[in-house]
Design a protein around this ligand. Structure first.
Ligand code: UD1
Ligand code: UDP
Length: 377
């Protein structure tokens, strides 16, 4: 099979790494980087550390308003698809690169698979929710990271093309952790002790673009008596620079860190506080208690399992929970077992995928598929 894989933003590089490795064993993959993320620390570092092959095309779209960025990717990707004529396009996640990839493939009637399909926050104020809804509506194959996602798709009438494979982010973590442990010296470099600091990331538009919410986050972090490391996304750094509130000395604002350093910062933290989808899941994989600085999450399974708590941004609430959050002993494998990429390739090889499959309401088939793949629903 000739497959075009679309990536553009930080989590997509990480998601692409294990799938790319599994695909390339027996298929031709053409990797397209949309250029949505472009700083070294937001892009190239992941290619270097995770051994992702160099992109065959870089659309160099850069930053911009949603319509412009999505539209430019769509137009430039269409030209690549005309030139390469793939059998399948794979998009992942919920970014503007995802939705543009989904549209480009569908308009050209090329079968399209969505990895990390079916996640929902049920908040259409989130640009990511729009991107997911559109990508899932158009996808011919849906690869779900969680059982909740399978149910969300079923509620939208999408069942026949749905496969619960587990989370490729877990594959990436398990494949790269031994190397990260060997290669990262981030704890020593920053003078951190295992279990004696909290890790924070913030980058959601709702938290960075609303000064009132960002101020609340700053106040909340300033109010907790614990060493905090905060690798900041460029949009967050810019928003903080324009804010009339400063982080206290115990909160260390860093440039975005590479994947190895991030894994080590996560694995050794006492607590993680974040609004990132990827970081919430990684906290769960690693068994680190997580506070989510939002009112809702797509990754509701982590909350239901008791390992993630939705705390919003109100300082009193965040402070209240910061030292009083104790997850249970149980830690079910809600994201599979780290073999999602292999499952994806197996499904692609055993189910010929065609463009525009009828939706169907075939829940029984979807569940049978999951069971056949060794996953219990
Ligand atoms: C995007 C995704 C979000 C995902 C996140 C991962 C959309 C709508 N959002 O959000 O779902 O969680 O990526 O990190 O696609 N910037 C730089 N350098 C870069 C990249 C961005 O300085 O390499 C700055 C620019 O000022 C840019 C801003 O960050 O305007 C936002 O970047 P953008 O890609 O539009 O959205 P993210 O917030 O990164
Ligand atoms: N990440 C990283 N360095 C950082 C912050 C995040 O390597 O400084 C990784 C993180 O471990 C996870 C992914 O980036 O694998 C998550 O991306 P992000 O939070 O940007 O997006 P989201 O998952 O919310 O879409």
């Amino acid at each position: 099979m000739k497959i075009v894989s679309v990536v553009g933003a930080r989590p997509e590089f990480i998601q692409a790494a294990p799938v790319s490795r599994a695909l390339r064993a027996s298929h031709q993959e053409i990797l397209v980087h949309t250029g949505q993320h472009y700083d070294y620390q937001m892009s190239q570092t992941f290619f270097d550390e995770l051994g992702i092959p160099a992109p065959d095309f870089n659309l160099e779209v850069g930053s911009g308003p949603h319509g412009q960025q999505t539209g430019e990717i769509l137009a430039r990707l269409e030209r690549v698809l005309v030139k390469t004529q793939p059998d399948l396009v794979i998009v992942r996640g919920d970014t503007n690169s995802t939705v543009a990839g989904a549209l480009a493939a569908s308009k050209m009637q090329i079968p399209m698979a969505h990895v990390e399909a079916g996640e929902r926050s049920f908040d259409r104020h989130m640009p990511e929710e729009i991107n997911r809804l559109v990508a899932d509506c158009l996808a011919d194959l849906h690869f779900c990271a969680s059982r909740v996602a399978v149910q969300n798709l079923a509620a939208e009438g999408i069942t026949a093309s749905v496969h619960w494979v587990g989370d490729v982010m877990l594959d990436a973590l398990l494949q790269n952790r031994p190397l990260a442990r060997r290669k990262s010296d981030v704890l020593a470099r920053l003078g951190l002790t295992r279990g004696a600091y909290a890790l924070v990331t913030v980058h959601r538009a709702a938290n960075t673009d609303d000064p009132a919410r960002l101020r609340q986050i700053v106040q909340a972090l300033n109010s907790v008596p614990e060493s905090i490391v905060f690798p900041a996304h460029p949009r967050t750094r810019k928003a903080l620079a324009g804010l009339d509130a400063e982080l206290a000395a115990h909160v260390r604002l860093l440039e975005p860190v590479g994947y190895y350093d991030m894994m080590m910062l996560e694995e050794n933290a006492r607590l993680i506080a974040t609004d990132s989808g990827g970081v919430q899941r990684e906290a769960y994989f690693l068994g680190i208690p997580c506070l989510t600085l939002r009112e809702e999450t797509e990754w509701i399974g982590t909350v239901e399992a008791g390992w993630n708590r939705l705390v919003g941004t109100e300082p009193t609430r965040v402070r209240e929970v910061w030292f009083n959050f104790a997850p249970p002993a149980e830690h079910p494998a809600i994201f599979g077992n780290g073999e999602a990429a292999q499952r994806i390739v197996h499904i692609l090889e055993s189910n010929p995928v065609t463009f525009g499959l009828p939706r169907g309401h075939d829940r029984a088939k979807s569940e049978a598929n999951a069971l056949a793949m060794g996953m219990s629903l």
